[in-house]
Design a protein around this ligand. Structure first.
Ligand SMILES: CC(C)(COP(=O)(O)OP(=O)(O)OC[C@H]1O[C@@H](n2cnc3c(N)ncnc32)[C@H](O)[C@@H]1OP(=O)(O)O)[C@@H](O)C(=O)NCCC(=O)NCCS
Length: 160
């Protein structure tokens, strides 16, 4: 059973300038690499539902195909090494504005500031395209993610 979800938001202007990282925009045909990253990043977390690689790829395909909202390609970033995704920040056009649909860092690359960096890049890109806020939904017990978001200035939004 999925846990309770929190909604958070941040002004796209608020920002830090962390690590150097080579990134590119994701592409519609990246679902294989994206799915493999999701499987690795979510394994043994509170959001792990025991998905197979095929299911993770389906999820990635759905996201890249606009199933969670039109992908804002210019505000989304991946770290890809030799075709293997090590981290991603995927922003879509949500019902109330830009939504951080996915942020994930491969286990071997976590705690190096990559997640923070990719979200910062997304925020910069959104600010430049006149989007004022970025929202996200997070499982209330996902402490690593909530710590990261709060460090970046995201604040909890009360359900209205
Ligand atoms: C959440 C996630 C994206 C963080 O990625 P990351 O690249 O490791 O994050 P960063 O290195 O930029 O971390 C920045 C800060 O976030 C917090 N943080 C990150 N991982 C943490 C952990 N395991 N425990 C506690 N705090 C954590 C810390 O404050 C950290 O700063 P510090 O390392 O100086 O203490 C990564 O853990 C992940 O992929 N998790 C699985 C997928 C997921 O849950 N995504 C979010 C869904 S809404």
């Amino acid at each position: 059973v999925p846990g309770a979800r929190l909604k958070m938001s941040v002004a796209t202007k608020a920002l830090v300038a962390p690590v150097q990282l080579e990134t590119r925009a994701p592409r519609g045909d990246d679902y294989g690499a994206f799915g493999a990253l999701l499987l690795d990043a979510y394994k043994d977390t509170v959001d792990d539902e025991g998905e197979t690689l095929e299911e993770a790829e389906e999820e990635a395909k759905k996201a890249l195909g606009g199933g969670y909202g039109t992908v804002l390609w210019d505000a989304s970033f991946v770290v890809s090494r030799g075709g293997v995704f090590q981290a991603i920040s995927l922003v879509v056009e949500g019902e109330t504005g830009p939504l951080l649909a996915f942020v994930a860092t491969a286990k071997a690359c976590q705690r190096q500031g990559w997640g923070a960096k990719l979200i910062s890049l997304s925020l910069d890109a959104l600010a430049r395209s006149d989007h004022e806020t970025l929202e996200l939904h997070v499982t209330a017990s996902n402490a690593p993610a909530i710590n990261l978001y709060e460090r970046l200035g995201f604040q909890k939004i009360n359900p209205s």
